[in-house]
Write a protein that binds this ligand. Structure first.
Ligand SMILES: NC(=O)c1ccc[n+]([C@@H]2O[C@H](COP(=O)([O-])OP(=O)(O)OC[C@H]3O[C@@H](n4cnc5c(N)ncnc54)[C@H](O)[C@@H]3O)[C@@H](O)[C@H]2O)c1
Length: 353
């Protein structure tokens, strides 16, 4: 196969971005079919690249001129579309989330397993970002000794009002979920969400920023500051603290300028496209190359399922204010923790003056 013929489902922000990359920068790929809930949107994108519009996304998946599928529709319809790709036996790059609930993601994992080949890649592009790749290599090569803790910072300049506390977990923290699993090579078993003072830029009832704490299978702690209305820029940092050193990525130190007026500084990437543009291109190129061989080259269905399970626990933790355990197949849930007995002297118990 010289050119992989691709159907893109959903050409909103991400889908249109991927179509542009597949058309201009990715080798060996051709977008042949576009499908979107709004046919006029699909037509506009399709006309610009000489592709066909197929209104029904399932028909688009099964189209004879389609070898592989890129899903960039809203998460709520991923379940149906990914299942249709499996039924058609076509490789698929599905933007996160794999689905929007644990049960349907699990069914997809099992269904793919029963086919005996990996067809589903999930769009966790940070795994292709050169800085994350270097950090991962440093860890697996033993360069930091045993990794003990990870500290993440995820800040956006601004987001629409529908980014409430729960959406911040599902849409933003989900990337740190995958980063944690990628860097440490183990599952996350619990999530706690600590809510502090909210920025006045947040709508009423939204806790922005929040501190999210993951605990992994081996007991490592990961913290993630999620703050999506900073008004500043797009800042994503990750620090891994090991027994023999620590390493940080995302420090915006690539270009520091000193000026004649005595000021110095650099530029922070304004948005996620500027920060992760290269990662998306690498992700797409590797997916295209693998899909031609009928397989994937990146995070798969299990990774998508695990991320959904952790985010479910995260949403529960936002609501309960407690540590919530991740319901993931093969991961034992801990025995309910005993409450800590109050050992203060009786006269110290009671209201503070
Ligand atoms: N990997 C990342 O960094 C990243 C970043 C942003 C968004 N995403 C993910 O990409 C997906 C799309 O996000 P977006 O920001 O582009 O959203 P968007 O709302 O801009 O675009 C979604 C598009 O899908 C279309 N659509 C709706 N129902 C459809 C259906 N049944 N079939 C086909 N198309 C349909 C909509 O009309 C719209 O054009 C989401 O799953 C989102 O979580 C990933």
């Amino acid at each position: 196969m010289t050119e992989l013929r691709i159907a893109v489902l959903g050409v909103g922000m991400m889908g249109a971005f991927h179509v542009d990359a597949l058309t201009k920068r990715i080798r060996g790929a051709k977008v042949t079919v576009i499908s979107d809930y709004f046919p006029e949107k699909a037509k506009e994108v399709a006309d610009a690249i000489g592709a066909r519009v197929v209104d029904d996304p399932i028909e688009a998946i099964n189209d004879a001129e389609v070898d592989a599928v890129l899903i960039a529709s809203p998460g709520a319809v991923h379940d149906v579309q990914v299942n249709a790709c499996l039924d058609a036996g076509k490789p698929v790059l599905c933007e996160k989330p794999l689905t929007t609930d644990i049960a349907s993601s699990r069914v997809i994992v099992e269904k793919e397993k029963s086919l005996g080949k990996e067809l589903i890649q999930v769009g966790f592009m940070r795994r292709f970002d050169p800085e994350y790749v270097a950090l991962h290599q440093l860890i697996v090569s033993g360069g930091l000794g045993n990794p003990l803790m990870v500290h993440c910072t995820h800040r956006n300049p601004a987001v629409p009002d529908h980014f409430n506390s729960e959406f911040m977990i599902r849409d933003s923290v989900v990337h740190e979920v995958d980063v944690t699993r990628f860097l440490l090579g183990e599952e996350i078993v619990s999530v706690q969400v600590i809510k502090g003072v909210a920025t006045s830029a947040a709508p009423a009832g939204t806790n922005d920023p929040m501190l999210v704490v993951f605990e992994t299978e081996s007991g490592r702690i990961v913290t993630d500051e999620i703050y999506v209305r900073t008004g500043v820029a797009y800042e994503v940092r990750t620090e891994v603290v090991g027994e023999q050193g620590s390493a940080t990525i995302g420090l915006d130190q690539n270009l520091q300028v000193k000026r004649t007026d005595g000021s110095w500084g650099g530029q922070i990437t304004p948005g996620f496209v500027e920060r992760f543009g290269q990662a998306y291109d690498i992700e797409l190129q590797r997916w295209v190359d693998a899909a031609k061989q009928g397989t994937i080259d990146g995070p798969g269905a299990w990774d998508g399922y695990a991320a959904v399970a952790v985010c479910e626990a995260g949403v529960k933790a936002v609501r309960s204010g407690r540590k919530e355990y991740v319901q993931l197949a093969g991961i034992a849930l801990p025995v309910e923790e005993e409450p800590i007995p109050d050992i203060r002297a009786p006269d110290l118990i009671g209201d503070r003056p």
